[in-house]
Design a protein around this ligand. Sequence first.
Ligand code: NDP
Length: 321
Amino acid sequence: MTEEIEEVECLIIGSGPAGYTAAIYAARADMKPVLYEGMQPGGQLTITTDVENYPGYPDGIMGPEMMEHFKNQAVRLGTDSRYGMVTSVDFSGKPPYNIIVDESKKILAHTVIISTGASAKWLGIESETRLNGSGVSACAVCDGFFYKGSDVAIVGAGDTAAEEATYLAKICNQVTMLVRRDEMRASKAMQHRVENTPNITVMYNTETDEVLGKHGVEGVRVKNNQTGETTEIPIKGFFVAIGHKPNTGIFKDYLDMDETGYIITKPDSSKTNVEGVFACGDAQDHIYRQAVTAAGTGCMAALDAERYLSAKKSEESMSHA
Ligand code: NDP
């Protein structure tokens, strides 16, 4: 029996704002896109609360609901959105490329749009790994509820940390923000929000030595990196909000990337160094990383893929004429 291989014109890998916007454009261009949703269907916005900066929602919208809208729009226009993970790709040679889904299903893709996004970074200390899921979390919105009325700490000083600290402050008794420098990276507006929240304490020049506790978090030992002084803070929840890394590991043998793994696209386009392969969203954008910019680059990727396919088809028809 021969193995069935599915041939698709446009394969989209990832289901955040970039992937679904690419799907909307590709579907309307009649490319019959097949989209694999990956590990976290809907992407990072499904673990956030209010989105206030996406145009078109004057009263804001909850992240998961917004992603439902994206998906419904893409599906209504003809996208085949599927559960499943692309587990390997072979971008050697010319398209169509061999793509493996869930380590077994084979797809031959004439164009590939990569919108695999990014995942949370961790500090990398032993106690953080050991207590992950037992008091240590990288998602305040997902897990904050478990620490209702308790004291918690959050590491990080960017917009995410500031946003999550204010979110936790609404649920928890006391929030300690651990900031490694003498200032925050977060926007001024977010910093003001933190300063104006009475139950958030910010500790500057402070690094995490160890998360304390055997079977669950009981505290954190922190160190002042100016004085060397260590302090133990009793807490029940320890949140990490120190940024993200792009989910691009499966492409590393084929695509040009920067030293942190962001896919490099050609100027003013979503084209990668491989013919017929396009990248968008947080997998290639290390600067803006916003839902709206991800959606914008998703649109670019679909337009680039469509133009690539049309040019190829007209070349083929010329050579057969
Ligand atoms: P960022 O990369 O902006 O910030 C990461 C923070 O974590 C920095 O303050 C960094 O410190 C700190 N950090 C990194 N590694 C460590 C470590 N090992 N120990 C302690 N601290 C560490 O990531 P974010 O996720 O906050 O934001 C990503 C992007 O998303 C940004 O562009 C941001 O503006 C945007 N965003 C926008 C929102 C909005 O507009 N509503 C909401 C959330 C995010 P240091 O400053 O010292 O480098």
